[in-house]
Each structure stands twice: as C-alpha cells, then as structure tokens.
Design a protein around this ligand. Structure first.
Ligand code: GLY
Length: 446
C-alpha cells in the first residue's frame, strides 16, 4: 500500500479511489469524485458504460469480499466508497478496514440499521427516536395477533434486505395474513421474510434526508423526495424509484426536527452502543402536517446513498464531495469545511418496458450524446453490444439497455421549473424500444 503523503501548503492528500456498484447512484458518485481534489486514480467495480467514460471499470463480483480486497491490492486502492447496501451488510467495510483501507460506509454492525428492520425499530425505541408503533413477529400466529390490533392499511415489512420489495400495504386482513404466511415460509423473499415487522400506518408525505457522517460530525444534504410507484399519479407497483427532486419545499423547522429528533439521537445511540458509523445515514421520514404543526417520524433507515435521490441531491452540492467522504472515512469530518447546496434538481428515471415486472434487455439507446445545459445523464441498467449488419456481422460497439432502471436523467437549474424543463427536454431526446418514464416527477412542487 502506498504511504500517505500530506503535501505542503495545505494541498489535500490524493488517494486512489474505488467505488463499488453499478447503478445511477454510483455513476453520480463517480462523477463527483472525478472532480474532487482528493482523487488520484479513479476506479469502479463493476461499473457500467457511463461510468467507464470517467473511471476505470473492473468486472468483479462485489458480493465477494475477497474479490474486492484482491482488486484493492492490485490497484493500490487507498479509499473505497461503497454504493449498495448488500456488501455493507456482508461486512465489506470491516474487511477492508482490517486491511488498512479507508472506507466510506459502515461495518456490518452499523449496516444492521438497514439490513434488519427489527433491529432498526428496536434501536429507535431504545433511543426515543420517533417511529410508528410496531410488533416484531416470528410466527404467523404472532402476525395474526399484531394485525388484529390494527386497522387497514396494514403495514407489513420483511426484516431482511429485499431490494425495495419488502414492504406490503394490504387493505384486507385475509390478504395481510396470506402475505405473512408466504413471507414466513420463505416463498416471497427467502430468509429476509422469516421475521416480520408489523407497524401502524403513518399518514403524510415521505421525505429523504441524507447525512454524511463520521459518527460524530455530520453534513446534511438537501432534502429530497423519491417517487416509488411505476406510473403517474403514484399508481402501479412499487419500484426501486422512478425519479426524485431536491430540495423539497418544507414547512419551517422540519429540517431542524430531522436533525434534532432523528439524526443527533441516532448518532448518539450508535455511539452509546459502540457502533462506529462512517458513511451516509439515509433517513426515510414521514412528514405529517395534519393539525397544523408538522412532525416527522422514521419510516426506514438506509446506510448508503439513496437511488435515485443521490442523482438529484449530489449535483446541487457546492463543496468537494470526495473530500467530505474521505474526511468522514477518517473520522475527521469536523475539520472539513461545511458546504452549501444551491439550485434545484429533478431526476427522471427512464425504465425498460415492463419494469418493475418482466422486461427485455438489449435495445440500442439513442440520443445519449445530446448535450443540454444543466443536464446530467447517469447510467444504471446499460451495457455494451455490437451493431450487426444485414449479414449478421459484428460492427461498431454501442450502448444497449441491460436492466430495469436504465438511465437517470437529471435537470438542474436556478428554479424548480427550470430543472424540470431541462430534465424532460433530455428524456424527450433519448429513446430506446419500450422506454417508459413518469411525466409527473416533482408534482408536489407544481
Ligand atoms: N430511493 C430509495 C432507496 O434508495 O432505498
């Protein structure tokens, strides 16, 4: 491993960076790191064709800690930014730290805030953090008892990681029981559903607040709002996220509440329980404005940047994100100058036809090279293929659809209207067979 060298005259140290992941979120983080004063070499594993334009990509399976460790050794990586939750839950950060590598992302203990809904709810109860009343159930009989004390819609959450598919909101008690039964038998989500959290339904509007932290100091990013349903008007199935915007216009005092009632007690609780948390804390909040005085409660924690919230929030960040993430990894975020975000952004996810259900891959994408001011296009589900001529011979390499959420198209501007106009001008310029996207992202700001 290379020795760390602090340069004279206050120039920041430069490090070889590896980002783990392959989605729009990681493309956005890699873009921010490509502009950072702390970045020397920039790598991503496995990455995607968009990321390959600004970093070296390495096709390894990041589910295997040993593969990640070996890649770090081969590339002399000094700093790793972990994008998705699964490697964090599996302890990739612990393994890398044990090998002297600095990591942005918590160890497996801290990742339990996301990888176990039951752990997160009990943590909130222990530390008096607002969240809806709940029961943790280990059998269908316990589920039945918990459901009988509640009214519809019933909120049923699988305990383990479920890639955004672990929350059910049935209106009917028989349907609720049948979901619990299927979860408990491992039919819906395997082991992730063997334990179930049943909680009271919280009315209100969802809100995402991200905080970069070293476990003590923190930097809050702009509040954002994800749009999880597949179709306009919040109809259709839940997805990984069809778009997001930032900042969300909030009643006065809401960000103070998020900080004082949620973030600060969460960091205090983690410290009290001996959990070293360095990375980003994603606070999925419910904002209830009923009765004239707003309140927030925690719907979920995540222990990594949100997708697609990151694509909306990071382009507005006025500071050096790489510097802040490295300082957080080193436990010295407090020394890093606080930066302000400015402007507005709106991210539209262009998805494959059929997503979030079954969809076909391999369609050429056109219009990616159309440069529009204030627009970022982040790749998610894209891959490479080759054009074929009439005789079926291989021609030029091209970019094809390769996943459900194909692209995150982000417009930024001084106003929300400008950001929206730019994002939708770009989605209109890009096409691939079957593409679908929501036309109403940011409707609550209109
Ligand atoms: N946008 C929701 C998530 O990242 O989990």
């Amino acid at each position: 491993m290379k020795k760390k060298i602090k340069t004279l005259f206050g120039d920041p140290e430069k490090v070889n960076v590896l980002v783990l992941g392959s989605g729009g979120r990681e493309h956005c983080l890699v873009e921010a790191l490509s502009k950072s004063r702390v970045t020397a070499g920039l790598h991503c594993a496995p990455g995607n064709p968009g990321i390959a334009g600004i970093a070296s990509v390495h096709d390894i399976d990041i589910r295997y800690r040993r593969s990640v460790k070996n890649l770090c050794a081969a590339l002399e990586i000094e700093f790793v930014v972990v994008g998705p939750e699964a490697p964090l839950a599996d302890g990739v950060a612990d393994e890398l730290r044990a090998n002297g590598i600095r990591v942005f992302g918590p160890g497996a203990e801290g990742a339990r805030l996301e990888s176990s809904k039951a752990f997160a709810k009990l943590f909130m109860r222990r530390h008096d953090i607002p969240t809806s009343p709940f029961d943790i159930c280990a059998s269908v009989e316990e589920c039945r008892a918990a459901l009988m004390t509640r009214t519809p819609p019933y909120v049923i959450k699988a305990d383990g990681l479920a890639s955004g598919k672990g929350v059910f909101l049935p209106d009917d008690i028989e349907e609720a029981l049948s979901i619990c039964d299927e979860l408990m038998r491992g039919e819906k989500l395997g082991v992730a559903g063997k334990k179930i959290v049943i909680e009271d339904f919280s009315p209100g509007k969802e809100l995402t607040v991200l905080a970069i932290t070293d476990g003590s100091a923190y930097r809050l990013l702009e509040p954002s709002r994800d749009h999880k349903r597949a179709f306009d008007g919040d109809r259709g199935s839940n997805t990984g996220g069809m778009g997001a915007y930032a900042p969300v216009t909030l009643p006065p005092g809401v960000m103070d509440m998020a900080r004082d009632r949620v973030l600060v007690p969460t960091l205090g609780g983690l410290k009290m329980e001996g959990i070293d948390f360095r990375g980003v804390l994603y606070m999925g909040l419910m904002l209830d404005e009923a009765g004239g005085s707003p309140s927030v409660s925690v719907v979920e924690y995540n222990v990594r940047f949100g997708d697609p919230e990151t694509q909306a929030v990071v382009p507005l960040y006025g500071g050096d994100l790489g510097e802040a993430m490295l300082a957080a990894a080193d436990g010295r975020l407090g020394e890093c100058e606080a930066a302000h975000s400015s402007g507005c952004s709106l991210c539209v996810v262009m998805a494959s036809g059929g997503y979030p259900g079954a969809f076909r891959r391999g369609f050429p994408i056109s219009g990616l090279d159309k440069g529009l001011p204030g627009v970022h296009v982040y790749h998610g589900g894209t891959g490479y293929g080759h054009k074929r001529n009439a005789a079926g011979e291989k021609g030029k390499r091209e970019i094809l659809t390769a996943g459900g959420r194909v692209l995150s198209v982000v417009g930024t501007g001084d106003t929300f209207a400008e950001a929206k106009e730019r994002a939708y001008a770009m989605t209109g310029a890009i096409s691939f067979e079957g593409a679908h996207y929501r036309k109403d992202i940011g409707w609550s700001e209109d």
